[in-house]
Structures are given as structure tokens and as C-alpha cells.
Design a protein around this ligand. Structure first.
Ligand SMILES: [Zn+2]
Ligand SMILES: [Zn+2]
Length: 373
């Protein structure tokens, strides 16, 4: 029996390489040989102990791979988008399987499949449950029936395609701000609108690139890091605000001076720091919208005055991941955007250096760290 390697997080703060048996797929399944997997902010939060999960587990959910083995009946049991697939094809896959179709949310709100109570999400599941490993920081990934498989277009490089999952988050964040927009009466996102993106990490940068892609007239990026703000400009931000300088009142004035004295129409919060949510409420104009993207994990709480939500007549929209078909939108965006995404991946490391990769993620001078098993 041949073995494969995967990185196992045994508990928060500890990750190590372990051997697993090479997965044996059923006729209804697919075996993916992983080419590269990005380290996500949520992997870092998991490592920091911000997520209630059952350890040990193999993290990783932003991946590109090639079809190593395709079961004889697999194409009838997988959700395949982008054309028929065969062994050797490059594909990516959503972390979650198809929604169950039977729970309260599937029956009542099928347009929001991430609310399904029975979703399986690889990269977040115990490696003690068969089949293991079920995460992207591994040489192989076993795709069971009802998994989603997206064929990567030939003219889209793996370096770009490995950004599909974060680009799905970013495109959904912008779509949350877009709909149901009534731009001519001043509601929602549209032409001649201003958007402040709070946080210029990987998700914030991609949100900026998506806003630029759809033609937003004023994009303001805010972050603590000068190098991130500089990259934000290259991604499409027209104005930048360093949140590490000055008081909140000074920042309010600075942002208002960019937005006809009122504040941005929309704030998209991607920093995932509780105080950034409070600041979103403080900075958005009256009658505006806040889209909260950053708090996919729970790093703590912040005090707010709920009065401000009434006084400003605000719309606040949350976001729990994205429907799987968002990967199609993300791939289309990655193929067509003019943003300099080649500057996006700052580090490439082997699987044996994953601990180092998690430490680098989020540090000054880093953007996306990619593991090549
Ligand atoms: Zn991610
Ligand atoms: Zn369901």
C-alpha cells in the first residue's frame, strides 16, 4: 500500500506532516493530485484557536489540482462545471459539497446554499473520519459524490486559478453590495458610487480588483500597512487611507473629504478585526451600506452604539461564504481582470514548510502564501 503526505493540525498552534494511505476511490469518486494550495486567513485563525473545530484535521481549501483518477461513474455523481473532465485535466473544487436539499434552509431558501445545516466542508473536518485526508495541504484529495468540480480554462494559469476561492469570496462581497441596488435613487452600488474597502489583505485586494473590474468610480482602500496600500493602488484603488495614523475623527474627515463631505456610499469590511466593523459604521455615509466579510471566524467583540445604525438608516449585510457556483464567477473574473495578480503570490513553499507559511501569512511584506505539495 503506497502512502501520501499531508499536513495535520493536531491542535491550534501545532501542525506536522503525517503519512496516510493513498486514497482508494469508489467508481463514483475522483482523486485529485494537488498542484498548489493557498494559505487562507481562516487557516491562520484556525491555527490561532479562533475556530471551534474537531482536531486533528488537514486544513487547506484554496487549491488547484489535476484529475489523477476518475471513477467510471464519477461524472454522474459530481457537480461538474466548465465542460467534461478527464484524467490529467486541471480543476479546482469548492470546499463544500452540494447542499442537502432537505433541511429547513434548503427547502425555504435554496438560493442561499451555504445556510444548509448538513454541508460537508473539507479543510475543516477531522482527519480521523474516513476518507482521510480531506484538506488541501496534502498531496492528494479524495472527492466524494456531490462534490463540485470546476474545470480550469486552458488560458488561465494555475497561479491565478489558485486564487479562485478567495476570488469567490470577493466577488460575492461585491454582489452583496450590488443587490438589490437602486442606484439612481442613491441606494446600492452602481456607477458614480464610492466604496471604502476596510482591510487590504488578500480578500480586500481582490474586492478592490473586482470593484475596478465592474467599473466603480471611487474606490478607497484603508489599511495599516504602507506596502499593502501601495498594492491596493495597483489593484485599482483611487485613494488610500492609512488607518494607523491619526484619530478616528481625523480619518472621518479624510474619508469625507474624498466623498463630497458625507462618507462612502458603501463600506466593505474585510479586515476581520472587531474594531474595523465599528469603524465601518462610523465611516459610512447616512443611508449607506456596510458589507461585513472579514469575520468568517470569531476573534472577539467590540462595543458599538446601536443608535448609529438607526440614525444613519443603515443597511448591514453579512456574508457566510458563497454559493458553490460563485466559483464560475470567480474564474471568469480571474481570467478577465486587468489587475496585476502576478504580484499577489509573495511566497511559495513546500508542504514541509507549512508552519512557516502560516507564520508568514498576514505579516508585513506578505500577501498570498502558496504551498506546493
Ligand atoms: Zn479561503
Ligand atoms: Zn440542507
Amino acid at each position: 500500500m503506497s502512502t501520501i503526505q499531508a499536513a495535520v493540525m493536531t491542535e491550534p498552534g501545532h501542525i506536522e506532516l503525517r503519512q496516510f494511505e493513498r486514497p482508494q476511490i469508489a467508481p463514483t469518486e475522483l482523486l485529485l493530485k494537488i498542484e498548489c494550495t493557498g494559505i487562507c486567513g481562516s487557516d491562520k485563525h484556525m491555527y490561532a484557536g479562533h475556530m471551534a473545530l474537531k482536531f486533528p484535521l488537514v486544513p487547506g481549501h484554496e487549491l488547484v489540482g489535476t484529475v489523477a483518477e476518475l471513477g467510471a461513474e464519477a461524472t454522474e455523481h459530481l457537480a461538474i462545471v466548465g465542460g467534461p473532465i478527464k484524467e490529467g485535466d486541471r480543476v479546482t473544487t469548492t470546499p463544500s459539497s452540494q447542499a442537502c436539499g432537505r433541511c429547513h434552509y434548503c427547502l425555504h431558501m435554496p438560493q442561499r446554499p451555504t445556510l444548509c445545516a448538513n454541508r460537508f466542508v473539507y479543510g475543516f473536518v477531522s482527519s480521523e473520519l474516513a476518507p482521510a485526508p480531506r484538506g488541501g495541504f496534502s498531496e492528494y484529495l479524495h472527492l466524494t459524490p456531490n462534490s463540485w468540480v470546476f474545470k480550469i480554462p486552458d488560458d488561465l494559469s494555475s497561479e491565478r486559478a489558485v486564487l479562485t476561492e478567495p476570488a469567490a469570496v470577493a466577488t460575492r462581497a461585491v454582489e452583496r453590495a450590488l443587490g438589490p441596488g437602486i442606484p439612481h435613487i442613491g441606494e446600492g452600488l452602481g456607477l458614480d458610487k464610492s466604496v471604502l474597502v476596510l482591510g487590504a489583505g488578500p480578500i480586500g485586494q481582490l474586492v478592490i480588483a473586482v470593484l475596478e473590474h465592474i467599473g466603480t468610480d471611487l474606490i478607497i482602500a484603508a489599511d495599516l500597512s504602507p506596502s499593502r496600500l501601495e498594492l491596493a493602488r495597483a489593484m485599482g484603488a483611487h485613494q488610500i487611507v492609512n488607518v494607523g495614523q491619526g484619530s478616528l475623527e481625523e480619518r472621518q474627515e479624510e474619508v469625507q473629504s474624498m466623498t463630497q463631505g458625507v462618507g462612502p456610499d458603501t463600506v466593505i469590511e474585510t479586515a476581520g478585526v472587531p474594531v474595523a466593523f465599528k469603524e465601518s459604521l462610523d465611516l459610512v455615509r447616512r443611508g449607506g451600506m456596510v458589507v461585513e466579510v472579514g469575520h468568517f471566524t470569531d476573534p472577539g467583540e467590540v462595543g458599538i452604539h446601536p443608535h448609529i445604525i438607526c440614525f444613519k438608516d443603515l443597511d448591514i449585510r453579512g456574508m457566510w461564504a458563497y454559493p458553490p457556483i460563485q466559483f464560475k464567477t470567480a474564474l471568469s473574473f480571474l481570467k478577465n481582470t486587468r489587475a496585476p495578480l502576478d504580484r499577489f503570490i509573495t511566497h511559495r513553499l513546500g508542504l514541509d514548510r507549512i508552519g512557516e507559511g502560516i507564520d508568514i501569512t498576514g505579516s508585513e511584506g506578505s500577501m498570498k502564501v502558496v504551498i506546493e505539495p
